[in-house]
Every structure is written in C-alpha cells, then in structure tokens.
Write a protein that binds this ligand. Structure first.
Ligand code: TYM
Length: 328
C-alpha cells in the first residue's frame, strides 16, 4: 500500500487553513494507504515557545487529530520528539544539505526577516522535515502549497544521498489539493491565513466559537464590485470565501457562483459562516469528549512505538550506507 506521512506543528490550535489545506486530506487518504501522522514539536521549537503552552498545544493537537477522524486502528499518530530517529536523521540530512539551498527557502527568509539573532534551527528546519518524511519510505505527503518548496528540497536531498551512497530512500511526491491549498487571510486576502497573524479577524481557528466564526466571516475583506464570481487576482477576498464555502459544503465553486448570481455579499457571508460552523461543529463536539480522556496517551504511546520500529530500521540502513557506527 502507498505510504503517507505528514505533520502539523503544535504552535497553536490549527487554523481553518491547516484543516482545509492539509488535515482534511489526512483523513480521506486513510482509505487505501498506510498513513503516519505526526505532531512535529521539534519543528515548533525552531522559534521560541512557552513550555507550558507547547505542552498544552501538543495535547490539544492529538485530540484534534482524532476528532477530525484520524483512526488510530488504521493510522499511526505520534509525537516527533518521542522518536529520536527524527533528530538523528535530521542531523544526517543537514550534512547532505548545502547552506545556499537552505538560505533560499522562502519560509526561512520570511521567518528570519528583521531578526538580528536568527536561531540556526530556522535554517535547518527543512532537513529535519526531510528526515521526517524519508524515515518512513513515504510515497505521498499531503500538505498545503506553502510546503511545496520544502518537499522539492526533500526530494533533492534524497536523490543526492541515493546517488552517492546507494538506494536507501524512497523519493516522495507532494499531495497538494486543487482547492484549499492556500486559504487566505480574511483581513488581507492576498496573504496566507496564518496561526501567528496579529490581526484577530484574519484567522479562523478550528476550535473557534460559532459567534467568533460568524463575526470573522462577516468582517472578511471583499471588494466593492458587489458580484460573486471567482477571480483570484481581481477578487481575492470573494474567491477565498468561495473556496472556503466550497470545501465546507461539498458544493463546487461553479455551482456556488451560479447559485449566488445577483445576491449580495451580506447573504453570501451568512451562508459561508453557516457552512464553516456546520463543518466544524461535529469536530468540536468530538474534540470536547476526547480532550480529558485517557485514550489520547494510549494512542500516542502505541504510535511512538510503531513509528520507532519503522524509523530505526531506515536510520540503521542510512548509517550503514554512510559507514558510521559499527557495521554488523
Ligand atoms: P504547519 O503546522 O505550519 O501547517 C500544517 C499544514 O497546514 C498547511 N497550511 C495551509 N494550507 C492551506 N492554507 C493555509 N493558509 C495553510 N496554512 C498552513 C501547511 O502547508 C501544512 O501542510 N513544515 C510543516 C510541518 C512538517 C511537515 C513535516 C509536513 C514538519 N515535518 C513532514 C509534512 C511532512 C508545517 O509548517 O506545518
């Protein structure tokens, strides 16, 4: 069966962008594939985190993974730092990487901008991500469009290693959805929706209350043309709401555009909000039942054990190919 791997950083409650661009597909890909999903806490500390907050976020993210429909009987769910092979292969991938290619990563450029003390982990973030993926002989990596460049680097590093030391790694493909790969900020629809946006109206979080979701969508920036049509360039705000509406309702963008011919933005936004609330409500209910349950620790213990069994073999093969440690 094809192998799937992906991860989410426990830096806050995931956003609607994280869910629609990536996590929703984690669930559907469980059908017919071997899936491994990770809480990438080592990636989260590439920028300083409050220890109490990140601990809470790890727990919450585990609950959310299950609430959206990750089935621990079918898929492996684990915490990155609990499988030491990630940091170990991450180091090896750093040794395979060139400074120039790491410095060219747009996420590195964005996140290091304006800092006079740049954590080295921001630069070496992509080799660790490559390690995550390569440890499990992953075929397909479901991510949003912002991770495409990291995926290309992962492929380059794997090919570079294989060419030099022998075929150890599977070359992974990104799985980027045709709609939803880049959900935009509600306040500035030419910018990606992001967890860390300072503008509280820009981002919907998956655990937001109904009232907050309605408020945020009602205040979403549109344009003054007063017509509902899809045009990412000229009408980024309306197009973003159409994408969100389509993904939350299961109706196609074309269908929505014809249904809202001649209707105003007020009515449209009310219906978008209703679709988002309707989609998130059952997830939030499951989340609330899971958050206090002991099931979470059991799932994470079992996940770490299963992930380790796979990862240690790939790490050993990599070390043997490099000739480090004792060969047996
Ligand atoms: P993170 O935690 O920033 O985001 C998790 C996933 O959500 C996607 N995403 C979006 N998709 C659509 N619209 C948006 N506005 C939006 N914002 C975020 C991201 O593309 C991502 O798929 N580097 C990864 C974490 C990671 C990883 C991995 C992923 C570490 N190791 C191995 C895959 C495989 C990240 O920053 O995720």
């Amino acid at each position: 069966m094809p192998k799937i791997f992906s991860g989410v950083q426990p830096t806050s409650i995931p956003t609607l962008g994280n869910y629609l661009g990536a996590m929703k597909n984690f669930v559907t890909l469980q059908e017919g594939n071997d899936c491994i999903y990770c809480i990438v806490d080592e990636h989260a500390i590439t920028l300083p985190q409050d220890p109490v907050e990140i601990q809470k976020n790890i727990h919450n993210l585990a609950a959310l993974y299950l609430a959206i429909g990750i089935d621990p009987k079918r898929s492996i769910l684990f915490i990155q730092s609990e499988v030491p092979c990630h940091a170990q292969l991450g180091w090896i991938m750093q040794c395979v990487s060139y400074m120039g290619e790491l410095e060219r990563m747009t996420q590195y450029k964005d996140k290091s901008q304006g800092k006079n003390a740049i954590p080295a982990g921001l630069l070496t973030y992509p080799p660790l991500m490559a390690a995550d993926i390569l440890l499990y002989h992953t075929d397909l990596v479901p991510v949003g469009a912002d991770q495409k460049q990291h995926l290309e680097l992962t492929r380059d590093l794997a090919e570079r290693f294989n060419n030099k030391y022998g075929e150890v790694f599977t070359i992974p493909e990104p799985y980027i959805p045709p709609v939803g790969a880049r959900i935009m900020s509600l306040a500035e629809p030419t910018k990606k929706m992001s967890k860390s946006d300072k503008n509280k109206k820009a981002t919907i979080f998956t655990l937001d209350s109904e009232k907050d979701i309605i408020k945020k969508i009602k205040s979403a920036i549109t344009d003054d043309e007063a017509s509902i049509r899809y045009d990412r360039e000229q009408k980024p705000g309306v197009s973003n709401l159409l994408d969100i509406y389509s993904l939350c309702s299961g109706r196609s963008v074309d269908d929505l555009v014809s249904a809202y011919q001649g209707k105003g933005y007020g009515e449209f936004k009310t219906d978008v909000a209703e679709a988002v609330v309707g989609m998130l409500k059952p997830i939030q209910e499951k989340y609330n039942n899971l958050i206090e349950s002991s099931e979470l620790d059991e799932v994470l213990d079992e996940g770490a054990e299963k992930a380790y069994a796979i990862a240690r073999k790939t790490l050993k093969d990599t070390e043997q190919a490099l000739g480090i440690g004792r060969i047996n």
